[in-house]
Design a protein around this ligand. Structure first.
Ligand code: GLA
Length: 388
């Protein structure tokens, strides 16, 4: 947990104590189901977790934005009146922040300069959306201190555009959306085409959502991600020969797919099959959670994992191992990799009575198999970005 008072005090030490900063936060997230569906106009079911990024912020009278990170003890700055310079050999973390600022301005906001001190306890590179938490918290801070009204969906879209244009990852909208709009005690079923969401209560009186970090970071994750996205787009192009009215894989149902899948090359066929079946599983899982049918929800999580492993090929041996270990523990209802894949975390639906046995099995067996100690987090569903 980040100590808010300490962060404020540190801010005044770093930037001078003329006035206390305002604090803004945005959470990390775990996706319960609906993986690699968002950029196919499909459905996702994430919830915010109890890990967050906090920005201490104070308005400046000029247009300079000075930024310091507590986590990596680095400082940097940019000027909103000077053009972004890609050749500056910039640090990646600054690009997220500067990217959001510039996108917000391109889209009509007029921002003031700012001093920022940023601290986060969302683990980085773990598939829990530390980058979206950074984009959304700094975006919210910039708009708020500039006295500009904040539209949450537009804030999420600006974060996504910053990743596309300033970082080079062609991500979907899920992570920024949940960081900006999450609700306590609920997951959100997000329709990534209409950008509307409905709340799905997640009741943790009998079960917990347990996140297991494989501690594997895959180097090639972002190029593989962009490649998957391109494979889905190719699939749509080819399927359009048979189904001219479709715009995205979202528009294809399972029986149409079975009828026409022969027109697709093997790899593209498997990618499309994952997305189409995953959309159906996500809608079914949202219903199962609503009806407190946790057995069914867990079953769908296992199926999602198998599909991500075999058809979409974004899992890895360590994630598969975590899921296998989970499957053998009594009282585990479901387990799957979560987030982009190639490393990062699994999410597990575990009966509260079995929590200790689960922790013990994962810690011991995963270490024996991989020589890595997993990190294990249990989280409630938390709220979205806000001023604190
Ligand atoms: C990353 C992206 C999301 C989404 C997931 C996979 O987290 O940022 O937009 O595509 O991968 O479901």
């Amino acid at each position: 947990v980040i100590d808010r008072n300490k962060l404020s005090r540190l801010f005044m030490e770093v930037y001078g104590d003329s006035s206390p900063p305002r604090l803004f936060r945005a959470p990390g997230r775990v996706n319960l189901i609906g993986e690699h569906t968002d950029y196919n106009d499909g459905f996702v079911l994430p919830m915010a977790i109890n890990r967050e990024t906090i920005v201490a912020a104070r308005r400046r009278d000029d247009r300079r934005v000075r930024v310091r990170s507590v986590n990596i003890n680095e400082a940097a700055e940019f000027d909103l009146d000077t053009k972004f310079n890609r050749a500056n050999g910039r640090r990646l973390w600054l690009n997220y922040i500067e990217g959001v600022a510039r996108i917000l301005e391109e889209r009509g906001a007029r921002l003031t300069g700012a001093d920022f001190l940023i601290q986060s306890d969302v683990p980085e590179g773990a598939g829990l959306s530390s980058s979206a938490a950074l984009e959304v918290s700094t975006g919210l801070a910039m708009l708020s201190i500039s006295n500009t009204e904040v539209d949450r969906v537009k804030l999420a879209l600006a974060g996504q555009a910053a990743e596309h244009e300033y970082v080079g990852a062609k991500v979907g909208i899920m992570d920024q959306y949940i960081a900006a709009l999450a609700e306590k005690q609920h997951a959100l079923l997000i329709d990534c085409r209409s950008l509307e969401a409905t709340t799905v209560p997640v009741d943790t009186s009998t079960v917990s959502f347990v996140i297991c970090n494989s501690r594997v970071k895959h180097e090639l994750a972002s190029s593989a991600y962009n490649q998957r996205r391109a494979e889905c787009e190719r699939g749509v192009e080819l399927l359009k020969n048979k189904l001219p009215e479709i715009r995205a894989l979202r528009d294809v149902n399972a029986s149409e797919f079975e009828k026409h899948e022969d027109c697709l090359p093997e790899i593209i066929r498997r990618r499309c099959r994952h997305v189409i079946t995953e959309n159906a599983r996500t809608l079914a899982a949202a219903n199962a959670f609503r009806q407190s049918d946790l057995q069914r929800a867990g079953q769908l999580m296992y199926e999602s994992h198998a599909s991500l492993d075999h058809d979409y090929e974004v899992s890895c041996p360590e994630l598969n191992r975590l899921v296998e270990i989970a499957r053998r523990v009594e009282g585990v209802l479901g387990a799957r990799m979560t987030g982009g894949g190639f490393g990062g975390c699994t999410v597990n639906l575990v009966e509260n009575e079995s929590l200790d046995a689960f922790r013990e099995a994962v810690t011991r067996e995963y270490y024996e198999a991989t020589d890595r100690a997993p990190a294990i987090y249990v989280s409630e569903a938390c709220g979205g970005a806000e001023e604190v």
